[in-house]
Write a protein that binds this ligand. Structure first.
Ligand code: FAD
Ligand code: NAD
Length: 403
């Protein structure tokens, strides 16, 4: 009998974890496992705010896919997926066309701009490792030019961050530490720099524990970061952003850098794949399959699952993506053996939000943490993710150990 082909798209937390779990469960001759990813490296999306601010180098947040896969069981293809058609079971990539017996879509997130004019063109987004490098370089370029301009334009040194969700706040935490270094490096007086976070909702980190939020805001404000709350960004231009302050009241913030961190959607390829979706996310069946397509699994940020206790979707996180991957791998093996699939049940352990290298807030297993304790917990979580994929060697190579 022909061995089944398992085609996994994307080597992010979801796709790569699926492959790592599959290679433990499937014998060498039992299936052809093919992993397709745009780059020959995996990047830690959860560290992108650090690469964006310049507190970590881009090479520190990524590692070779081949270093964690068993190449006697898995064929890695470095290619860009161009189109997915689940009706014909064809996947078009820059390395040719693939078909499959089982497909796993783990192509991750894209920044959501909600159709707000100008954002696609004039704002930068913490979307992947190259986009993170672009943000870092853009900010440095503004500092370097300010220092050499004949007539100094201080708005070059204004950075607007759209969105005070977890990505926005973690990025601000890093900026709070990085700005003093940049000022020193480029001879810029610190008081010339303005960092403004603009949030649409009436609070920072909407829905998170208010006491922890208050701590975070206080710490960030002490580093000079300003907050404009309840004031949605309504337009971006080459000069900056327009924000809505009241019924008919608007303000324009002129800024040399605008970073958009106001939410995510799934990968746009989902929208033309033939699978029903909402903002490129698929409301998956309980066993992580795409409704109506029993041989297609969706993992990570392209999957949408409702938390029935609160009737709202689970937030798209690496934590959930890696847990889903375990179920997806098991369920593919179950289908190969003619067994029943199992339901995915998230085991949420909490959330820790970094505020820079040595500070954080966290709500972990019902315990509130701040400062060094929370920061150590964040590093433990980061190192655990490395361990789950590449074991101790990867933790030694890429882990975070500074306290
Ligand atoms: P991704 O990690 O985005 O991986 C997708 C992969 O697909 C990438 O390798 C990409 O290169 C590849 N790909 C995309 N398009 C193509 C294509 N066309 N062809 C080929 N390959 C392609 N979550 C947490 O749980 N904890 C955190 O602390 C945390 N911090 C975060 C901090 C930041 C700044 C951000 C932005 C997110 C954070 N998240 C965190 C959320 C988390 O990063 C995502 O939920 C997680 O990355 C989703 O995993 P994924 O596998 O679905 O996608
Ligand atoms: P998010 O959706 O969590 O937050 C986006 C924020 O932008 C919200 O506060 C929203 O009110 C605001 N916003 C929306 N439209 C706006 C507008 N027009 N103007 C101003 N503000 C606007 O998105 P995110 O922060 O990018 O996070 C994406 C996912 O990644 C989430 O699931 C999050 O939990 C996860 N994440 C987790 C961590 C962590 O666990 N430490 C860190 C980063 C991201």
């Amino acid at each position: 009998m022909k061995r089944p082909t398992i085609l996994v798209l994307g080597a992010g937390y979801g796709g790569l974890s699926t492959v790592v779990n599959l290679q433990k469960l499937v014998g060498t001759d039992e299936a052809d496992i093919i992993l397709v990813n745009k780059n020959d490296y995996h990047y830690e999306s959860t560290w992108l705010h650090e690469a964006s601010a310049g507190t970590l180098r881009p090479d520190q947040v990524r590692y070779d896919v081949k270093s964690v896969i068993n190449q006697s069981k898995v064929t890695f293809v470095k290619a860009t997926v161009d189109a997915i058609d689940v009706n014909t079971k064809k996947v078009a990539t820059s390395a040719g066309e693939y078909t499959y017996d089982y497909l796993v879509i783990g192509l991750g997130f894209e920044g959501e701009t909600f159709g707000i004019p100008g954002l696609d063109k004039y704002a930068l987004s913490i979307a992947n490792v190259n986009a993170a490098r672009q943000i870092r370089d853009h900010i440095e370029y503004q500092f370097a030019n300010w220092s050499t301009d004949d007539v100094q334009d201080d708005t070059r040194l204004t950075i607007v961050v759209g969105g005070a969700g977890f990505s926005g706040i973690e990025f601000l935490g890093e900026l709070g530490n990085r700005i003093p270094e940049l000022c020193k490096e480029y001879d810029v007086p610190k008081e010339k720099v303005r960092v403004v976070c603009v949030e649409a909702a009436p609070m920072v980190l909407p829905g998170f524990d208010p006491e922890l939020v208050e701590y975070a805001v206080r710490r960030l404000e002490s580093k000079g970061i300003e907050f404009s709350i309840g004031t949605p960004v309504v337009e971006a231009t080459p000069e900056g952003v327009k924000i809505k302050k009241g019924e008919d009241e608007f303000e324009f913030i002129t800024a040399g850098t605008v970073v958009w961190a106001a939410g995510v959607r799934g990968n746009r390829l989902i929208e033309s794949s033939g699978i029903e979706n909402m903002r490129a996310r698929v409301k998956v069946d309980k066993d992580m399959r795409a409704p109506g397509f029993p041989d297609v699994f969706i993992v990570g940020d392209c999957a949408l699952m409702i938390n029935e206790e609160i009737n709202r979707p689970y937030p798209p996180t690496a934590q959930i993506a890696m847990q889903q991957a375990v179920t997806v791998a098991k369920n593919i093996v179950a289908l190969m053996k003619g067994n029943d699939t199992e339901e995915f049940v998230p085991a949420l352990k909490g959330t820790v939000c970094s505020l820079g290298e040595h500070d954080a807030i966290g709500d972990v297993m019902g315990r509130k943490l701040t400062g060094t304790k929370a920061s150590i917990m964040k590093k433990v979580i980061d190192n655990r993710a490395l361990y789950m994929i590449g074991g101790v060697p990867l933790v030694i190579k890429k882990g975070k150990f500074s306290l």
